[in-house]
Design a protein around this ligand. Structure first.
Ligand code: ACO
Length: 376
């Protein structure tokens, strides 16, 4: 039995060719390409192809991938009916988790995880995800559903289906960059959850359902919603100091800071900060950006020495707000992109599967006599 590591910190339990992280230097690469290169030059679709194939596509490969993904924007009527049956007050993450699970019910061969079949299912689920989220949001707002526009890319089409009008080029590109930045991140909690589930040779729907459940936790992807709650609680830039110091004194966590792997600034936060600043200026949200930046300054002064810096969720909150997304859609945005990463990891896992089954260190008593119920 190897050494006990609470929370599996530092334990290496699989190999991956998808993303590389140097937490001390603040480096993230997808298949060797620095994340900043991808966020400035690539698209979400191309990035997913890269993650699944471990190389960039040729022009015709990308065209085929885009065509297949766009064909999957349209939901079957069964799913549309299920969305309409959901309670309007449900949180969109609970709705998304339920709907991704329900996709198995329409699949004639749901348990088939042969690699080529899994690839095909992955395209379908990834293509469906924006429509599921946009339609649930319109359902709860009592609005008609907008049919997907297959002439639009993944990010652009989502905003179109959500709002009923095509986003500006700037907004669409900003959102596309968010999708690229959230697509993959090594052996994070939700990816681990997905891999644990598929390692039993279960199905893709179960694995993704588990991953979505993991992601929504406030210590993981749910932190982006927590950041926005915090920004709303802080009335003005001047109130940030007392707010943050009060939380730190009470030993409360500041959402959007800290990371199990990064002990330097998360490179995705650096990219998102630039995006948040620009979008805030463009959309009249400069005060929101200023609050975020002030929080970062205070945290830098107080806890950077402990290796606590902004993570991906911190500036994504301001970015998503400026794009016009409602607070409870922030984590579904993360999930929508990360389905790309999760599916890539499922493929990797099944290429060389071994059941995940760690051990627990037993710390209870031994050889205890059984006490009959009337003597307890
Ligand atoms: N605010 C204040 N203090 C913090 C924070 C924070 N955000 N994060 C860590 N710390 C402190 C802890 O209080 C602890 O201090 P102590 O040693 O004095 O007790 C120390 O740093 C270590 O923290 P742990 O929670 O033990 O570190 P762990 O590696 O388990 O945590 C985690 C990582 C869960 C991300 C943590 O930093 C956190 O809770 N952050 C806030 C939630 C968040 O933003 N999550 C998103 C992460 S990115 C993602 O999942 C996509």
């Amino acid at each position: 039995m190897s050494d006990y590591s609470k929370g599996l910190e530092g334990v290496v339990a699989a190999e991956t060719e998808m993303s590389f992280i140097d937490g001390q230097k603040g480096v993230l690469e997808y298949v060797g390409i620095p994340i900043g290169e991808l966020s400035s030059k690539s698209t979400f679709e191309e990035t997913v192809f890269l993650l699944w194939n471990k190389r960039l596509p040729t022009k015709s490969e990308l065209e085929t991938f885009n065509k297949d993904l766009r064909a999957a924007y349209t939901l079957p009527q069964t799913m549309i009916d299920r969305i309409k049956a959901l309670p309007k007050e449900a949180h969109p993450m609970h709705a998304l988790r339920t709907l991704v699970s329900a996709l198995a019910l329409d699949d004639k061969d749901p348990n088939n995880i042969e690699l080529d079949v899994l690839r095909h299912k992955s395209v379908t689920i990834l293509g469906h995800a924006p429509t599921l989220i946009a339609y649930f949001d319109r359902h709860r707002r009592g609005l008609d559903f907008i049919k997907p526009d297959t002439s639009l890319g993944f990010a652009q089409n989502f905003l179109y289906m959500l709002n009923g009008e095509k986003p500006t080029e700037t907004m669409a590109r900003a959102f596309d960059i968010c999708m690229i930045l959230h697509a993959d991140h090594g052996f994070n909690n939700s990816t681990f959850a997905a891999k644990v589930i598929i390692s039993t040779l279960s199905d893709v729907y179960s694995a993704l359902t588990g991953a979505i459940g993991s992601l929504r936790g406030p210590l993981h992807g749910g932190a982006n919603e927590g950041v926005m709650v915090m920004l709303n609680e802080i009335g003005s830039v001047d109130e940030a100091e007392a707010y943050v110091m009060g939380k730190l004194e009470r030993k409360d966590k500041i959402m959007g800071f800290g990371h199990r792997v990064y002990k330097a600034k998360d490179p995705r936060a650096t990219d998102l900060q630039k995006l948040a600043k620009q979008l805030a200026e463009d959309t009249g949200n400069s005060e929101l950006y200023a609050k975020s930046h002030r929080i970062e300054e205070i945290m830098e002064r107080e806890v950077a020495s402990k290796g606590i810096y902004p993570n991906v969720d911190f500036y994504s909150a301001t970015t998503y707000h400026c794009i016009g997304l409602k607070l409870d859609l922030f984590t579904p945005m993360f999930a929508m992109s990360r389905i790309g990463g999760w599916c890539g990891h499922l493929l990797e896992q099944l290429e060389d599967n071994r059941l995940f089954r760690p051990a627990a260190k037993y710390v209870g008593p031994h050889e205890v006599a059984y006490t009959p119920i009337d003597q307890r």
